[in-house]
Design a protein around this ligand. Structure first.
Ligand code: ZN
Length: 293
């Protein structure tokens, strides 16, 4: 996953050091020796087809055989995506590793899990990459948990500063996955720049009421706003839904110092409140809070 990089712009925020820095912090805090380490694995074509179209998978696969010059042209077909000859392999490892964690948690080998993976996924649609994302890792995890493990209620909490357009679209008519996102909105002008991210978008058909957007219309949201959103909206809805599994799209661009989000929240606030989500899991289920970084 470290091979995927923007060779034309090494300062691009979605860079290999994102995951090495997070991994190093786990080591520094002594967390690695307290964790059961799982081996990364590549996602299979069959698993990708749970969510993505064959055309999209083929298109991403073809990028692995292209030269940098060709890729530079190809990436212009998409919104805010860069491609590298190592991108496809990295994306397959990211998606497959997330499924490894899901298996470990749902098979009862782990109480909860963290997947330190890249490229990220929540902007990827079923038929196109978007916003640094190739395959929608966390949505694939939700589909996999339904299809392979037979789950019926999954909470997908997305606290990345951007709205997860892909994740919302995958499940907006599906009541088995409750998508709940806290993001910067700026009246629709903040990336991905769609009115789909507004609070009035609540799901369709059987999925009506299972899509919850908490859009901020300005920058600089701090701990107070995030804590209010968690205690007034996220936790009450989570308790009512009583999920069997909680998946978290935990992009760190909503915290202090991030150049994209320009927010002022501390990540430990979100992490602390997310830990409380484990108590919202159905009593028959184990505590399954699970972060995807
Ligand atoms: Zn983001």
């Amino acid at each position: 996953m470290m091979k995927h990089k923007n060779t034309a712009d090494p300062s691009h925020p979605e860079k290999p050091e994102r995951i090495s820095a997070i991994f190093s912090k786990h080591e520094e805090y002594g967390l690695l020796k307290r964790c059961h380490m799982l081996k990364a694995r590549s996602v299979s074509q069959e698993e990708l087809l749970l969510l993505h179209t064959q055309e999209h998978i083929n298109l991403m696969q073809e990028t692995a055989c292209m030269k940098l010059q060709e890729l530079a042209k190809k990436q212009d077909d998409f919104r805010s995506v860069y491609l590298h000859p190592g991108s496809y392999q990295a994306a397959c490892l990211a998606a497959g590793s997330v499924l490894q964690v899901v298996d470990s948690v749902l098979n009862g080998e782990s109480r909860s899990g963290v997947a330190i993976v890249r490229p990220p996924g929540h902007h990827a649609e079923e038929d196109e990459p978007c916003g640094f994302c190739m395959f929608n890792n966390v949505s694939l995890a939700a589909k996999y948990a339904i299809q392979v493990h037979g789950l019926k209620r999954i909470l997908l909490l997305d606290w990345d500063v951007h709205h997860g357009n892909g994740s919302q679209h995958m499940f907006e008519s599906d009541p088995r996955v409750l998508y709940l996102s806290i993001h910067r909105y700026d009246n629709g002008s903040f990336f991905p720049g769609s009115k789909d991210a507004n609070y009035s978008v609540v799901g369709t058909g059987k999925g009506e009421g299972y899509n919850v957007n908490i859009p901020w219309n300005k920058s600089g949201m701090s701990d107070a706003e995030y804590l209010t959103a968690f205690y007034q909206v996220v936790l009450p809805i989570s308790y009512q839904f009583s999920p069997e599994l909680v998946l978290v799209s935990s992009g760190f661009d909503a915290c202090i110092g991030d150049p994209l989000g320009d927010a002022a929240s501390r990540r430990d606030v979100c992490c602390g409140t997310t830990a409380q989500l484990s108590t919202s899991c159905s009593s028959s289920a184990r505590s399954r809070v699970w972060n995807r970084l």
